[in-house]
Design a protein around this ligand. Structure first.
Ligand code: NAD
Length: 450
């Protein structure tokens, strides 16, 4: 029996005073364990967890141990700017569970990075890794800053100082960072070098998403978009269909959305719209994705593309199509627009693009949501291959990586489809059920120390 969680956290008026503390006339008193993590995004992650915990009859002990992140590091650190002045920046690293092995998760440099956001994303990483059968718990971290406001030299200083601050809690067998929004292989190279300098020898396995010259792989960047396509193909195959002839709308034309659009077009899908943060291009007859990519590579704005119609970035979510790919940001499908979604399949490229209230609306309307922890798990899966390569001193080529990725995504999707058929529930509930089962069993088997 599923509990209804029709609360739309994007619209909730949360008037609690401080993070985890209240002052009811008796001085500051801890009244709300775990309140430190409270944020809109963490409320979404927690609502999904509680729904899955309820549906799967998760024991009280497992719930207690998995609801909140295991630990976090918050650091304010100084960085000298090019003009000689010093700024103080805030960085975070949250590790959700240490039960499954080292923790794994990206590092983002963005102006809205917060403890609560990292806590939500770390929790999703735990379920994603468990669903994919990777030997990791979830983590996430970042520095609250706008990378565009800093020079390359300043970004190097930020990355190196942040890496140094994290040394007490990271390591190739403790916590392995990766790129995320605002960071890429350049930052991972600086991060790896800083860690290696401190440790005294080269440690390529401390990060994934490195340049190939340092043990990274070309297969990492397209992996998330490709993984999304493999999971959608597997869902369609179960219905005796394929991507050929499908009509697709994509929000987000970055590392995930652009690859998903291109790979779906290669498989015969008609891409009717793509959007980035500034606007969308729409053509019901189908867009030429290669031409759009060339247009963007030449430094042009997507919305200025000379063909098709212009739309707002959110309008692509409600266009008539078979498959919708929200691959931009969190909380895009909410109670206010979910009932206008016309797609029959929503494949979540972004993390948390659908609020719990929107999820219920889509489920009632018979829309299949391929959940983020499955649809965008390709990136962490290839990161795992890169980490294994580092440990074993091996070097797999891109074709080997791709065939391993396809196999792993198809097998996880099949497991989720089987579980959804067995329980007559949604793919999100089924994916959460598989993931939660694996993590809670491991936690209970390990017991409580001491
Ligand atoms: P990116 O920075 O490469 O691209 C993001 C794209 O989304 C850009 O085109 C941007 O203009 C667009 N965008 C941002 N906000 C938008 C909005 N409100 N409306 C329309 N478009 C908007 O980032 P990415 O790596 O492609 O990541 C996209 C999402 O996928 C993020 O939620 C990220 O956390 C998630 N994700 C990425 C990976 C990965 O390997 N890159 C893995 C798992 C999850």
């Amino acid at each position: 029996m599923l509990v209804s969680l029709a609360v739309d956290v994007t619209e909730r008026d949360d008037k609690r005073e401080g993070p985890g503390f209240a002052a009811p006339g008796l001085g500051r008193e801890l009244v709300d364990a775990g309140g430190e993590w409270r944020s809109e995004l963490h409320a979404v992650a927690r609502a999904q967890f509680e729904r899955a915990a309820e549906a799967n009859g998760l024991s009280e002990e497992a719930r207690t141990r998995l609801t909140e992140p295991r630990r976090a590091l918050v650091t304010n650190f100084p960085v000298r700017r090019d003009d000689g002045s010093v700024v103080s920046l805030t960085g975070y690293r949250v590790q959700h569970t240490l039960t499954m092995g080292p923790t794994k998760g990206g590092i983002r440099f963005a102006p809205d990075v917060s403890l609560g956001e990292c806590a939500a994303l770390a929790m999703w990483m735990t379920w994603k890794c468990a669903l994919m059968g990777l030997p990791y718990g979830g983590a996430k971290g970042g520095v609250r800053c706008s990378p565009a406001d800093f020079s390359d030299a300043e970004l190097e200083a930020i990355t190196r100082r942040y890496a140094a601050e994290l040394i007490p809690v990271i390591g190739p067998r403790h916590d392995v960072p990766a790129p995320d929004m605002g960071t890429g292989e350049r930052e991972m190279a600086w991060f790896m070098d800083t860690y290696s300098q401190q440790i005294g020898h080269s440690v390529p396995e401390i990060v994934t998403g490195k340049p190939t010259s340092l043990g990274g792989t070309d297969a990492r960047e397209p992996a998330t978009g490709l993984g999304l396509v493999y999971s959608v193909e597997a869902v369609l195959e179960r219905r005796g269909r394929g991507l050929d002839g499908m009509c697709v709308s994509v929000q987000g034309f970055g590392k995930v959305g652009a690859v998903a659009a291109l790979e779906m077009a290669r498989r015969g899908a008609r891409i009717v719209a793509v959007a980035d943060i500034d606007g969308a291009v729409h053509d019901p007859h189908g867009l030429d994705v290669n031409a759009l990519l060339d247009w963007r590579r030449s430094g042009n704005e997507l919305a200025a593309y000379p063909e098709g119609d212009r739309l707002g970035p959110a309008e692509v979510l409600t266009l008539p199509c078979d498959v919708l790919v929200p691959a931009a940001a969190a909380r895009q499908l909410t109670a206010s627009n979910a009932d206008a979604v016309k797609a029959r399949i929503v494949a979540e490229g972004a993390n948390g693009p659908t609020t719990p209230a929107a999820d219920e609306i889509l489920e009632d309307a018979g829309v299949t949501v391929v959940p983020d922890i499955l649809a965008n798990a390709g990136g962490v899966t290839v990161s795992y291959f890169e980490w294994m390569q580092g440990h074993q001193g091996q070097n797999w080529d891109a074709a080997e990586m791709d065939s391993r990725l396809r196999r792993q995504i198809r097998s996880a999707t099949a497991r989720v489809l089987d579980e959804a058929e067995r329980s007559a529930g949604s793919l999100r509930d089924a994916a959460m059920s598989v993931a939660l089962g694996r993590v809670s069993n491991a936690a209970l088997n390990r017991g409580v120390y001491p």
